[in-house]
Write a protein that binds this ligand. Structure first.
Ligand SMILES: Cc1cc2nc3c(=O)[nH]c(=O)nc-3n(C[C@H](O)[C@H](O)[C@H](O)COP(=O)(O)O)c2cc1C
Length: 277
């Protein structure tokens, strides 16, 4: 790509954001699949019948959840140093509930209403996990079943640490997390309603999930870090996704943290000091 092509590519990236609902050259008669009354896609991805399913607790009363909302907001930060302790199954269930939990269904089965907002309530995401240190769970790969608040066990990873590190573009600090959340998008769930305009809201919607994850983790003394620099091909292969209709595109390791590691955390930004920025 020469500079001109790069400039064009940048403008294309901008138009992806600015042209929501007003793409030039699109015939006024263009209808989305929902407008054409095509059947809507499933609201969630069901477990494979051969996979083991695990019930998750929904009573979070045993957790010491901070009630100091402003304190949680102010304490939220990205954590990349973890103390490698177990988290409880209830803590994992709480994190899943706060990020994807289904509170009710709109209509007969038109939409799910969840703990996060989402354009058109399409909730086009699925949550997969690389579980390392969760009490009562075998280390391995899991999928959240939001309608029933359960986990689907997908199997063991051949080389869990290698997978986590490589799938997160060699950000190997993440292998010390208790669990790494991998978020996929099933595009058609959003495209059915928004057609050619589905894609920028998808990115807006995904931010709500990770922000809730940051806040939920902070509220129970855990820490995590959103990660965009992922290897989708490797992640899709491991979670058995086709990469076309459904792809992993966002991740977040979450683990146990200690204030004692504040200096080690700051070292991730040593370049700011070294380069005099
Ligand atoms: C969309 C997104 C992608 C990010 N990707 C990475 C990443 O790949 N690696 C990383 O170390 N931090 C990543 N971060 C964390 C940011 O670097 C961090 O939020 C930022 O430096 C501000 O620090 P704070 O979260 O502690 O306030 C990401 C954050 C967001 C929201």
């Amino acid at each position: 790509m020469d500079r001109k092509d790069i400039e064009k590519r940048i403008m294309l990236g901008r138009s992806f954001i600015t042209k929501f609902g007003s793409e030039e050259g699109i015939d006024e008669s263009y209808l989305t699949d929902q407008e054409m009354k095509k059947p809507q896609p499933p609201l969630f991805k069901a477990a494979k019948p051969e996979n083991r399913v695990i019930d998750l607790p929904k009573d979070f009363s045993e957790l010491d959840i901070s009630k100091d909302f402003l304190g949680i907001i102010n304490r939220r930060k990205s954590h990349r140093v973890y103390t490698e302790e177990n988290i409880s199954l209830t803590e994992l269930a709480y994190l899943l509930w706060c990020t994807q939990g289904v509170k009710s269904v709109r209509g007969k089965s038109y939409a799910t209403l969840r703990t996060v907002p989402c354009g058109g309530a399409r909730h086009e995401f699925e949550c997969y996990m690389a579980v390392k240190k969760v009490e009562g769970l075998k280390e391995g790969l899991y999928h959240y079943l939001p309608m029933t608040h359960q986990l689907e066990f997908l199997g063991e990873a051949e080389d869990m640490d290698g997978f986590i590190s490589e799938s997160l573009s060699l950000q190997s600090w993440a292998v010390k997390a208790s669990v790494v959340f991998y978020y996929s998008c099933i595009f058609y769930r959003a495209e059915w309603r928004y057609g050619i305009w589905a894609h920028s809201p998808i990115l807006m919607d995904s931010g709500h999930i990770t922000e809730n994850l940051y806040l939920a983790a902070t509220s129970i003394g855990l820490g995590g870090c959103a990660i965009a620099a992922i290897d989708p091909d490797l992640s899709n292969k491991v979670f058995d996704l086709d990469g076309k209709e459904e792809t992993i595109f966002y991740a977040m390791p979450v683990g146990t943290v200690s204030e004692k590691d504040a200096e080690a955390e700051n070292e991730f930004y040593a370049f700011v000091r070294e380069e005099g920025l």
